[in-house]
Design a protein around this ligand. Structure first.
Ligand SMILES: *Cc1c(COP(=O)(O)O)cnc(C)c1O
Length: 383
């Protein structure tokens, strides 16, 4: 039974050019990666500010290890919650203007936890069509009804909200969309949600650290305060982990009832030390953010004449829509031959027929890296 099902699924995956190959990276310096003995300029990292290799962040992690070892040793509800966790939660809450922050070991876990805890049978979750898998999976596995509104269209949300609901309404979106790089119209989405008496959950995985004053992210930038804000630390923070920002009662509720917290080992305290150092770099990171913006502007100006559709994105995520899986893979390979590493993203991560190169830019790139990528793209376009 299982063997046949597995074999069929694998055959179908190969036939659809959908096979996902993990590549063994030998070295990753944010700006460059080495694999199979070959060095490439690196355009597939979410480490937008280069903090994963920042000396102060690495030193803080090492100091944390000397103070607290490498592991938390237990769930936070047993003995895994340290002063480092408490300090990080407090600083995140005050930085982002919320009463409370709760740490999770990943953004995936945070989204699962929040939706799992809130969504009951009579409730409805109304999510942007392109919301991340961790949000949509949680919603579709919950007893609530899942509806999806057209990507970044408040009018589409309003239409769905206009139908009466028995229970609660949770509207779900990302701040900056992970595969398109565009930003949600948060003020309009928040207004529609409030009018309907619902709650808004914003997952700002790709906005936090990168946009807004002091890197406070998409919500701060658009002056919106959702009831639930999830920020993740694997992207702009350069580390990993996540936090939920919310009011006191909601935080108490999550703390009391979240199985994802109660039955899971807490984040290593040394990692909290690294995250505190990354937070400090982000808060004083205007120069890094300016360099990233310059790289984005340089790329967009240079890419305007390419035959592939450049998406309307002013974020670090600059997707080029290629269309078919095979064509996207071929272009990715062609760029690799020219020394540029850009991953092709295919369905089901993106809608069918919109396979793309997901180009990500970082503050660590030099102008010559951007120029080399553009040259490789124009060369490929000319063939
Ligand atoms: C990466 C990502 C996540 C998952 O976060 P992890 O910490 O990597 O598990 C969740 N939501 C969005 C929008 C993401 O891009």
């Amino acid at each position: 039974m299982w063997s046949e099902r597995i074999a069929q699924a694998l055959t179908a995956q190969r036939a659809a050019d959908g096979w996902r190959q993990r590549r063994r990276i030998e070295h990753n310096s944010v700006r460059e990666i080495t694999l199979d003995g070959q060095r490439y300029r690196h355009f597939s990292s979410n480490d937008y500010l280069g903090l994963s290799q920042h000396p102060a962040v690495m030193a803080a992690w090492q100091q944390g290890v000397r103070e607290a070892g490498v592991g938390a040793g237990a769930s936070g509800h047993v003995t895994g919650y340290s002063r480092h966790h408490a300090q990080l939660e407090q600083q995140l809450a005050s930085w982002l203007g919320y009463p409370r922050a709760l740490l999770f070991i990943s953004g995936f876990a945070a989204n699962q936890a929040v939706i799992h805890l809130l969504a009951q049978k009579s409730d409805r979750i109304i999510a942007d069509k392109l919301a991340h898998a961790s949000l949509l999976d949680a919603a579709s596995h919950s007893p609530a009804t899942l509806r999806r509104f057209a990507h970044n269209q408040p009018a589409s949300l309003a239409k769905l909200l206009a139908t009466r609901a028995e229970g609660g309404t949770l509207v779900v979106t990302e701040g900056v969309f992970s595969m398109d790089g565009d930003s949600a119209p948060l003020a309009e989405l928040a207004a529609e949600t409030r009018r309907a008496g619902g709650w808004l959950l914003v997952d700002d995985a790709h906005g936090i650290g990168v946009t807004g004053e002091q890197g406070r992210g998409s919500c701060w930038q658009q002056q919106v305060k959702p009831e639930l804000l999830v920020v993740t630390f694997g992207k702009g923070f350069g580390v990993s982990g996540a936090a939920l920002l919310c009011d006191d009662a909601t935080a108490d509720y999550v703390e009391q009832f979240s199985r994802h917290l109660i039955y899971s080992t807490a984040m290593p305290p040394a990692q909290c030390c690294a995250l505190l150092a990354a937070l400090a770099q982000i808060q004083q990171g205007d120069a890094l953010r300016a360099r990233l913006q310059q790289n984005i502007a340089r790329f967009r100006a240079g890419a305007a004449q390419l035959p592939w559709q450049l998406m309307a994105s002013d974020s670090a995520i600059q997707p080029l829509i290629v269309g078919e899986n095979r064509a996207a893979l071929a272009l990715s390979q062609r760029l690799a031959q020219a020394g540029c590493w850009v991953s092709a993203i295919r369905p089901p991560t993106v809608p069918p027929g919109t396979a793309r190169l997901r180009i990500t830019l970082t503050a660590a790139h030099h102008p010559e890296d951007i120029d080399a990528l553009l040259e490789a793209l124009y060369d490929a376009a000319g063939e």
